[in-house]
Design a protein around this ligand. Structure first.
Ligand code: SF4
Length: 269
């Protein structure tokens, strides 16, 4: 989140402002929960759950979330389309990807120290670690990610660094288990790799981020797909109102007020 939009990070993690999840986010969470349920039992049984059981669990988790929380529906999203598309995603993953996966660790959290001179820890969660140590991430996309994007994805570098530091060895593989939301959805497995140099570069990026957070350098970044009413719950009076919608350039006065508020808050001094 920080790399996409530092101001969004500020709202969510420094101000603690939670905003309703979007429909696709809730759909994705319910699908993840169904995949997790299957893999957890597969560690012991070695067999995938029947598709019908996974579909039922997906619908239960989706409806439960919609009952209990406010959801930001936008555009063409509604419960029926999210459910139908989600069921097709569950089926595509169950048919093409799940049979090839030999899970050993599921939703496993790791925490590593970043050194004596740097008083922070890095925490992450591996979706799946297979019996041979391959780390896999499950994601549903609108369009397939390019290989370049996957090779530069910092999430995989974090997985790799976490594995190397906590287990003292190099992971045998990194893989994206992706479902593309076509009609019908397509499942694909994409691989990538990281070097120690990539992990060192990540440490440099983390150091820069910590400096930015400590100094209050948290500018809005409205130049990407994530900056829209559909994908950012802070859009509107909290954020974009202070910016020119046409040029999407920061409003000078809005920026001065933001900085005054940031430094007036003792937590960030
Ligand atoms: S509305 Fe745009 S600039 Fe503002 S926090 Fe969200 S993504 Fe960032």
């Amino acid at each position: 989140m920080f790399r996409k939009c530092p101001r969004k990070y500020y709202f969510r993690y420094l101000q603690g402002l939670k905003v309703p999840a979007s429909g696709p986010m809730v759909q994705s969470r319910a699908w993840h929960a169904a995949v997790e349920r299957n893999y957890r039992q597969k560690v012991d049984t070695g067999i995938d759950l029947p598709l019908a059981e996974m579909e039922d669990y997906f619908v239960y988790r989706l409806e439960d979330a919609l009952d209990k929380e406010e959801v930001n529906f936008a555009g063409e999203d509604d419960l029926a389309s999210l459910r139908d598309q989600g069921l097709a995603i569950v089926a595509a993953h169950h048919k093409t990807i799940a049979p090839k996966v030999r899970p050993a660790l599921i939703e496993h959290k790791f925490t590593i120290s970043l050194g004596e001179d740097f008083p922070y820890e890095l925490t992450g969660v591996w979706d799946v670690v297979e019996e041979d140590g391959t780390i896999a991430d499950n994601k549903a996309y609108k369009k397939p990610p390019t290989q370049t994007k996957l090779d530069e994805d910092l999430q995989f570098t974090i997985y790799s660094l976490g594995y190397r530091v906590s287990l003292g060895k190099i992971e045998p593989g990194l893989r994206m288990d992706a479902v593309i939301k076509d009609t019908p959805p397509r499942a694909m497995q994409l691989t990538t790799s990281r070097t120690n140099a990539d992990c060192r570069r990540l440490l440099g990026i983390i150091e820069e981020m910590v400096k930015d957070i400590s100094s209050g350098n948290l500018p809005p970044n409205p130049k990407g797909w994530w900056c829209s009413p559909r994908f950012c719950g802070y859009w509107g009076s909290r954020c974009m109102e202070g910016y020119s919608r046409r040029s999407r350039k920061p409003d000078f006065l809005g920026e001065i007020i933001f900085r005054k508020c940031f430094y007036a808050d003792d937590r960030y001094r």
